[in-house]
Design a protein around this ligand. Sequence first.
Ligand code: MLT
Length: 267
Amino acid sequence: MKEAAVNGTRLAWREAGTGEPLVLLHGFPFDSRLWEPQLRAVPPGWLAIAPDLRGFGRSELGAIAPSVEQHARDVLALLDLLGLGRAVIGGLSMGGYCALALHRIAPGRVRALVLCDTRAEPDSDEARRHRAVQAVTARERGVDDVVRPMLARLLTPVTLVERPGLAAGLEQMMRETRPDALIAALHALAARPDARPQLASIRVPVLVIGGELDEITPPVVLRELAAAIPGARLRLLPGAGHVSNLEAEAGFNTALHAFLAELCEPT
Ligand code: MLT
């Protein structure tokens, strides 16, 4: 794990491999450990960088309130610090919102996008109300009461029964989220803008990938996202729910590696 001062806070990140930069942004409420199966299997010629977004994991929340744009600016500052120009930017769910925000802010820094189990549209009124209730619950009763009910929507029923270690690890990661960071993230997620207007102008290669059984960003959402981005390809992973990179690790890595290999092919 590495750490540095970035945009007035302390940001921690994991790295694996060497070569062309691939940034992997975690979902909510996780941290860079979410990407362990991808960090263990970085293809030759690639440097994977998985930050703990501001407030999560070992990164401090800092004085600036988090937002998807602020997370994107933090990633850009981290790339600057590492002397890296353009990078492939990947993100799962909240990480995908941040990847799209980074493309909005600095399209020239994006070599390609990997959008995993995510969506471009903002929260519905109902989703915002639910987040407000979760924030009150976190403040009054603690993080556990917020994250415990989430597990059943993140993983498929089969994973919950047959892979208790994976489920326990994911639950533990969520439970370690600090209450102030959880509450700040809920506000940031509820306030995120509509990313749909930018989709038609994306000119870099895009892989949209997700679980066929994802309840939070179901296939219909992923199909719409891919259809709105010129030339984007879509990969749906059988047997996986919302954290498809964990539940369908092999299929996810195969699709990711094929996408990265194509980026390096001479045109
Ligand atoms: C995530 O996995 O990052 C969350 O489902 C995102 C969200 O709550 O919108």
